[in-house]
Design a protein. Sequence first.
Length: 174
Amino acid sequence: MFLARALISFNYPAPDPINGQSLHPIYPAIAEPMSTNANHILVADDDDQVRMLLKRVLVKAGYEVSEARNGNEAVRLFKQRPAALLITDLIMPDKEGIETIQEFRRNQTPVKIIAMSGGGRLDQNMYLSMAKKIGADRVLSKPFMPQELLKVVQELIVPAAPAVAPGAVVPPAA
């Protein structure tokens, strides 16, 4: 069923020419400009072990991580606390990753997206190709190595620089 929805061509709502806000009737808050923490990553996967592993790798690398079990939860969490990056599985209950990516892109949400899949009823490359076509910035085939994930994350988001206290002397870069 999601495959049929994903193959439909989408008309991304243009912002209102007067005030620049989204014309989306259901999720206007998603399309409005939001401030994001450059170190905050939202991970959406229905597999508890995958979420735990991704969180462990990303936190160890210095990122803040929020977790969602499906696309609906990811959208809700993003509204509460925007992230610089969404890492989403493609095959999940309630709202799949394809639908989640479509919603974020349709609403012109300023977030980078990594889609990941280990397959499903179709070949995983078909799912990943579809995710790329509808707006994922990068795709990863499961299983993947932690170093591969971190490389892609670092390509998409630049970690926020640590705050410097007023009047502090900053040593010159080497």
